[in-house]
Design a protein around this ligand. Structure first.
Ligand SMILES: [Zn+2]
Length: 594
């Protein structure tokens, strides 16, 4: 894992305005920069970037974060990748002379395979026979690994180098070394930064080769991928994603298919927003990555039993990533077709029509469950609920979950309340509203409270963390709890740069939303150092005042028991009605509070 200090160091060296303006046009507006939000459609700019505070906030869709967060959202990068993206030179520096750069080796191999394709009539004929255009082959960098055991020795003078095995190009077996890809069409697999991280290889024989078993003499499995290596993790990567990125963004939809050729041929026919899983089942990481880039993910699988199984697995791993703003759909092509053959036979429009009509996740879920039970019997309907339970409980989208419960109730001839109880949905999904979001008025009031102001000042000036008298904070307020956590985090790393923005250290915390709203205030009300200092000082004075009132009240209560003079008790009554309490000499009377 990347240490936090490293991350903050990095964030201190980059300028978020450079990072974002390289990707989104920004205009100066007062102290901030503004532009059209890349995360939601808009005609007037509400996407705001603060150079002094080094974070962005969209007043339209509440997108919020620092430079790393921006790259993750914008380019769909994982955290580690985003950090790397911010440090493009890191790779070069890390590679010392005796530790060759795996990316570089893979890039050289990719170039070699591309050159080889030009010289092999057999490979060219095969690809032409499959309808592949030269332009498409170039776009995807498709190449050819010729027959022969050690062709790569012509590219790499040190064929015995450990790194060649490490990056998956060469296999070592009983002391012998040989090329992994032999007499195969090779499809370079790129990461989000466009670097080659592995290859997929397909046999040239037109027919279907044996599914498994790579013996000498036989062409081996039809498809062969690079193994997992330090630079290639199959469960994270998707074939064709860098090439598809613009089209995915434009369509706000990404299509997931099973094969390289499906992705490539769809692109050739104008469906450029398709990616492929890499010979592995869909993972939750895949789904999260895709849902970050588009509002809709369509899994397109073959209509046969294997395709249905793969689709069901994709459904299961999607449940926890669903949100009510995003949709996952399933498209099953006619049994005799895969996306490649379908788009060649019927063209782009027909395929796009299929996409639009693809089955929503909910329909696929319910129809599959219903088909497994006999809903005409009591037992069958009970079984439906039992089978639905582990799935529906994982659905992260609240509105969708409610509707699934209703649909299940109908199918099982029960009430939604009964179904919700059987599914043990704790959050009052059905029939109760104990988790309603705070009303707008409540939120406005909260933002204006003394603690909120204190917290807001801290978010803008984290270096003040040590100056907050934590023991004065009211015990039972959500904001106090947030302030305590923030201070603890800031003080424990004194001497290190503070997280930028401070909220970035609290993703997932119950008060994360509060922090981002207050940080947005910093931009909206253009609160700079002087304003924040004033707000901070005012809030501390109010805290002190409240503490004194509490102290005096406590003292009075004790004294009362012991028989307090009448005069003092009158004073206490006055104070309890909200009159100002006495302040030590030299302290200003605060204008607001209590
Ligand atoms: Zn936005």
């Amino acid at each position: 894992m990347i240490p936090d200090s490293f991350k903050q160091d990095l964030l201190n060296r980059v300028d978020i305005v450079d990072v974002i303006s390289a990707r989104v046009p920004l205009k100066k507006s007062g102290a901030n920069w503004v532009g059209l939000c890349p995360f939601h459609g808009e005609k007037t700019p509400s996407f705001t970037v603060s150079q002094t505070k080094q974070f962005y906030h969209c007043f339209g869709c509440s997108a919020h974060g620092n430079a790393i967060g921006f790259l993750m959202e914008y380019s769909g990068l994982g955290y580690v990748e985003a950090v790397k993206e911010l440090r493009p030179d890191e790779r070069k520096r890390a590679a010392s002379p005796d530790e060759p750069d795996l990316y570089e080796l893979l890039a050289r191999a990719a170039r070699y395979y591309r050159e080889q394709l030009k010289t092999s009539m057999r490979a060219i004929d095969y690809l032409k026979g499959r309808g592949l255009a030269g332009k498409t082959a170039a776009r995807f960098g498709i190449g050819y690994a010729a027959a022969g055991w050690q062709n790569l020795a012509t590219v790499f003078t040190d064929y015995g180098a450990k790194a060649l095995v490490e990056c998956g190009l060469v296999i070592e077996n009983e002391g012998k070394r040989y090329d992994r890809f032999r007499d195969r069409i090779v499809f370079p697999i790129l990461n989000q930064r466009g670097l080659v991280i592995g290859f997929g290889g397909r046999v040239i024989e037109g027919g279907d080769g044996p599914a498994t078993g790579e013996g000498k003499g036989s062409p081996g499995p039809k498809y062969l991928n690079s193994p997992e290596t330090p630079v290639f993790e199959k469960g994270r990567e998707l074939y064709g994603l860098p090439q598809a990125r613009d089209a995915v963004r434009a369509a706000n939809r990404v299509v997931v298919v099973e094969g390289y050729m499906d992705t490539v041929m769809l692109a050739q026919h104008g469906v450029e927003n398709a990616v492929a899983t890499l010979g592995t089942a869909t993972t939750p990481t895949h789904v999260q990555k895709l849902l970050r880039q588009a509002a809709e993910v369509v899994f397109c699988f073959d209509g046969d039993a294997a395709g249905r199984r793969a689709a069901w697995h994709a459904l299961e791993v999607s449940l926890e990533s669903l949100s009510d703003h995003k949709a996952v759909r399933f498209l099953f092509l006619p049994a005799e077709h895969d996306p490649d053959s379908y788009v060649r036979a019927f063209g782009r429009e027909a395929f796009e029509r299929e996409l639009v009509q693809a089955q929503p996740l909910s329909a696929f879920l319910l129809s599959t469950l219903a088909s497994r039970s006999d809903l005409l019997t009591l037992e069958g309907r009970s079984r439906l609920i039992a089978e639905a339970k582990p799935l529906v409980r994982r659905v992260a989208a609240p509105a969708l979950r409610i509707q699934l419960v209703r649909a299940l109730a109908e199918a099982a001839a029960m009430t939604p309340q009964e179904v919700a109880r059987l599914l043990e949905l704790r959050d009052g999904t059905i029939g109760r509203t104990d988790r309603a979001p705070p009303a707008r008025e409540e939120r406005a009031a909260a933002v204006g409270s003394n603690e909120a102001k204190l917290l807001r000042a801290l978010l803008g000036l984290p270096e003040l963390a040590g100056a907050v008298p934590v023991e004065w904070l009211p015990a039972k307020s959500a904001e106090s709890a947030a302030i305590r956590s923030v201070i603890e985090r800031l003080v424990s790393s004194t001497g290190h740069p503070a997280p930028r923005p401070v909220s970035s250290a609290f993703e997932g915390a119950p008060f994360y939303g509060l922090l981002t709203r207050l940080e947005a205030d910093l931009l909206e009300f253009k609160l700079e150092i002087d304003d924040l200092r004033a707000e901070f000082d005012g809030a501390i004075r109010n805290l002190e005042r409240e503490r004194k009132v509490l102290e005096i009240n406590g003292m009075l209560a004790r004294e009362e028991k012991a028989g307090l003079p009448e005069r003092l008790r009158e004073g206490a009554a006055l104070r309890q009605r909200g009159e100002p309490a006495p302040l030590p000499a030299g302290t200003e009377t605060p204008s607001k509070g209590l």
